[in-house]
Write a protein that binds this ligand. Structure first.
Ligand code: SF4
Length: 65
């Protein structure tokens, strides 16, 4: 069975740039050191990976479409 893929994004207003998402899931996120916000690296990712990132975010800023 294929793993369902979903688009995902970061709400930049609530994100405080802690970097947890990029540390825990570097295949999905990288930190923009100038903006001090994460950027998404993929158009879509497995739902389970996005849900892991959502669980690590202390401010619930990661959204899955
Ligand atoms: S874990 Fe959440 S608050 Fe921290 S950088 Fe990532 S999106 Fe922003």
């Amino acid at each position: 069975m294929e793993t369902p893929l979903h688009a995902y994004s970061v709400n930049p207003v609530c994100c405080n740039g802690c970097g947890a998402c990029a540390s825990m899931l570097p295949e999905l996120f990288a930190m923009d050191e100038v903006a001090e916000k994460p950027v998404v690296l993929l158009a879509e990712a497995p739902a389970a990976d996005i849900e892991r990132a959502m669980a690590f975010c202390p401010h619930d800023c990661i959204e899955m479409d």
